[in-house]
Design a protein around this ligand. Structure first.
Ligand code: ATP
Length: 344
């Protein structure tokens, strides 16, 4: 990657009393990158964001900004923008006054503030709402004000903590699109906390996956989804079939199969359901299974099957092909390409 490192975390740890909220987090964030911190509730994502922003002190390790040690700097000295889970707008100030607030704190000139506020209001599509107070706005509009306020003074880094968690699904989708556009247009570094896998995959240039205060994997959306480093990541990022290896058979459930190259060192083989299909003649990797259930989902059907070893697996059938969905009780074989499987 021919990019410049902007922020670096070196073995960062955080304890609250005796509780280890984060352990040994090392990562580099490139200038202009959209990095998502993804993980279940309590995994340490928000804690890491607050350490980056300077709202909490690290217990161990160091944080660098453009090569300079910023570990001891206050949030003000770092100067990153921050958008919180709640919108944290000033209720008694209008939209325009909320956005102007950080600029006034920086003692910018009146005319410059007015220009910048107008520009920000336009950028987040809130023209006509300048003089409303936050409670007169919808959730999506409030979040736009919060974004505009955080971006008003052109921070080099914007930290976002689950900014869309209070919005319904449609609005969330719209705001995600807007955030992508803003990121593209501004080139600001975004560090975005979410527990929503799809959101992280759709928005980010890279995703850092957290669990129990440890970083499990860091990679592009495709890398973490297609090549998860461990079982936690594999299962957290969507549906996955995990089958026990059968060393005696050199395959799975008494059936000899082509296994991924390093399978010997592992106990399971994993395959995403979208990479599995009903076997056709000539398919190399065929595993016998019995259909347990099928669920019609419109454009596709979900088929649940059981191997001869009693392990469950799932695959999707495209309903547009005209091939009838096999009924429960049917014995058949499923297939996949070895390259789409990986050892766990
Ligand atoms: P969520 O998605 O629920 O916000 P998260 O991954 O952001 O979760 P954190 O908020 O970083 O998780 O919390 C990580 C752990 O640290 C949790 O177990 C939490 O209870 C604990 N923790 C966070 N802040 C504090 C604090 N100020 N004092 C004590 N414990 C804390």
């Amino acid at each position: 990657m021919a990019s410049t490192t902007q922020i670096e975390a070196r073995s960062v740890g955080k304890k609250f009393g005796k509780f280890h909220a984060l352990r040994d987090i090392s990562l580099e964030i490139a200038e202009g990158e959209f990095l998502s911190l993804l993980g279940p509730s309590g995994s340490g994502k928000t804690t890491f964001l607050t350490l980056l922003g300077g709202y909490e002190d690290v217990t161990s390790g160091a944080l660098l900004l453009e090569g300079q040690d910023m570990t001891g700097w206050s949030a003000n000295q770092r100067g990153f923008g921050m958008v919180f889970q709640g919108y944290a707008l000033f209720p008694h100030l209008t939209v325009a006054e909320n956005i102007a607030f950080p600029l006034k704190v920086q003692k910018r000139g009146k005319a410059q503030i007015a220009d910048r506020v107008a520009q920000m209001i336009d950028m987040v599509g809130l023209s006509g709402h300048e003089n409303k107070r936050p409670r007169a706005l919808s959730g999506g509009q409030q979040q736009r004000v919060a974004l505009a306020r955080a971006l008003a003074y052109e921070p080099t880094v914007l930290l976002l903590d689950e900014p869309f968690s209070a919005l319904d699904k449609n609005l969330r989708g719209q705001m995600q699109e807007e955030l992508r556009r803003l990121h593209r247009d501004l080139g600001t570094t975004f560090v975005f906390v979410t527990h929503d896998q799809e959101e992280a995959l759709a928005l980010s240039s890279r995703v850092a996956i957290f669990n129990h205060g440890e970083m499990q994997q860091l990679g592009t959306p495709e890398e973490v989804y297609e090549r998860p480093a461990n079982r936690f990541t594999a299962e957290f990022l969507g549906d996955i079939n995990i089958l026990s290896l059968d060393p005696a058979a050199g395959g799975i459930a008494g059936t000899r199969l082509d296994l991924p190259p390093n399978a010997d060192a592992f106990r399971h083989v994993a395959i995403r359901p979208e990479h599995m299909r009903l076997a056709e003649e000539g398919d190399g990797n065929q595993l016998p299974a019995r259909v347990c259930d099928s669920v019609y989902l419109g454009s596709k059907s979900r088929l649940l099957l059981e191997t001869r070893a009693g392990e469950e697996l799932m695959l999707y059938l495209d309903n547009g092909t005209g091939v009838p969905t096999p009924a429960p009780g049917t014995d058949l074989s499923i297939a996949w390409d070895t390259g789409d499987s990986f050892a766990l």
